[in-house]
Design a protein around this ligand. Structure first.
Ligand SMILES: Nc1ncnc2c1ncn2[C@@H]1O[C@H](COP(=O)(O)OP(=O)(O)OP(=O)(O)O)[C@@H](O)[C@H]1O
Ligand SMILES: [Mg+2]
Length: 365
């Protein structure tokens, strides 16, 4: 039996879907597809990330629309590989995060997805709502991928780090003997994407070419890095609520050249990752990148120049058997398998939950 994993992350760029087989190896990636959000869907989702009128109605309609898009991705995968719905054990669908509040005073995380509709459209058992149970147990509900990283990327003799650079950047530590840990380091592509969109009209700065044309404003970088989140001890997770463009604007004088701000934002991502490694994981020797940010060649070059990372070889997860673009979607296929088998999906040491929990809500086919 195969599994399908579907991820749409905080970058609000689109849908990543994978077809995987867990029976032959820990994770054998058979096929993958990507469906980009059109501009109007992206804007509707972005609007729901902030308070606004008639939110419940808009959220419900968007959850339906997303189910349609996710079903389209499933159909594409099945057709490409001539597989019937009955051959899929389950779909693990993360949904689209529009609110993430992990702080104890108002703890919740909302991923838009109509799981019932996705099960109905695909005729495949669908697992969704992976974060709520961990939050109910006092955890952050994030990051959830470290358990999957442990299952597929651990090495018995080398301390490895997996760093996913999506909208937010998150790090997983896979030590040789100690416990697996991880947390959200801070912004990944989110601020760079927003600044680039605002000043160039492009959704993102391809290969970091625009950032490369600017100069890092070190005084600004230092100020940004003083923001308390960066020095907060784990467990910690974050999202658009914290690191949207509104976070940046008060730090600017308005006189900066736009490309210099872009260079500084890229360096903010690099430096916050390097600081996380220096303070938490100095014994790591291998670092594997995944997520869209792994394609930003300037960002990768800057990471390689960081003295805090000089003891680490930096590569992409591709060399470990899963291409950088599909790791997160594979993780949700794996988490669906955990749910179906009633096996623990969270790592309390990562999320801060009171204990191990079986995650997800299951909509049978
Ligand atoms: N060639 C490239 N050069 C620079 N940036 C890129 C390139 N390709 C992708 N990206 C960046 O990657 C982002 C998409 O990455 P990804 O899909 O991993 O993030 P995400 O959807 O936020 O995922 P998640 O939240 O699960 O980590 C784009 O918005 C863009 O910023
Ligand atoms: Mg994405």
């Amino acid at each position: 039996m195969y599994y399908i994993g579907i991820m749409s992350g905080t970058s609000l760029d689109g849908v990543d879907a994978v077809l995987v087989d867990f029976s032959v190896a820990t994770c054998s990636l058979i096929g993958a597809c990507y469906i980009a959000y059109d501009v109007s869907l992206q804007q509707d989702l972005l609007a729901l990330c902030q308070r606004g009128e008639n939110e419940l109605h808009r959220a419900a309609l968007l959850a339906n629309k997303l189910a349609g898009l996710y079903a389209q991705a499933v159909t594409q995968l099945l057709e490409q590989h001539a597989i019937d719905p009955e051959e899929i054990a389950a779909i693990g669908c993360h949904g689209q995060t529009v609110r993430h509040y992990p702080q104890p005073e108002n703890q919740y995380s909302i991923q838009l997805i109509n799981g019932a509709l996705l099960a109905e459209l695909t005729k495949i058992t669908t697992v969704t709502d992976f974060r709520s149970r961990d939050i109910a147990a006092g955890g952050q509900g994030a990051p959830l991928v470290p358990a999957f990283h442990q299952a597929v990327f651990s090495h018995s003799e080398v301390h490895r780090l997996i760093i996913n650079i999506g909208g937010i950047a998150n790090i997983t530590s896979l030590p040789v003997a100690d416990e697996v840990s991880g947390f959200d380091c801070g912004p990944g592509n989110m601020l760079m994407d927003a600044w680039c969109q605002q000043h160039t009209g492009q959704r993102y700065d391809r290969d970091g070419l625009w950032a490369r044309s600017g100069k890092i404003i070190y005084a600004l970088l230092e100020n940004l890095l003083r923001f308390p989140y960066f020095s907060l001890p784990p467990p910690k997770s974050t999202g658009r609520e914290m690191f949207a463009i509104d976070w940046l604007l008060p730090y600017l004088t308005g006189k900066e050249a736009a490309q210099d701000v872009q260079a500084t934002l890229l360096q903010l991502t690099v430096q916050s990752i390097a600081d996380a490694v220096r303070t938490c994981y100095p014994t790591a020797r291998e670092l594997y990148l995944c997520g869209g940010g792994a394609h930003n060649s300037f960002l990768v070059t800057q990471l390689q120049k960081q003295k805090e990372l000089s003891a680490c070889q930096i590569k992409r997860t591709d060399v470990l058997g899963i291409e950088a673009d599909w790791v997160e979607a594979c993780a949700f296929a794996w988490l669906a398998q955990q749910s179906m088998m009633r096996v623990v999906g969270n790592l309390p040491a990562v999320t801060g939950a009171a204990g191990k929990r079986v995650l997800g809500a299951i909509y049978p086919a």
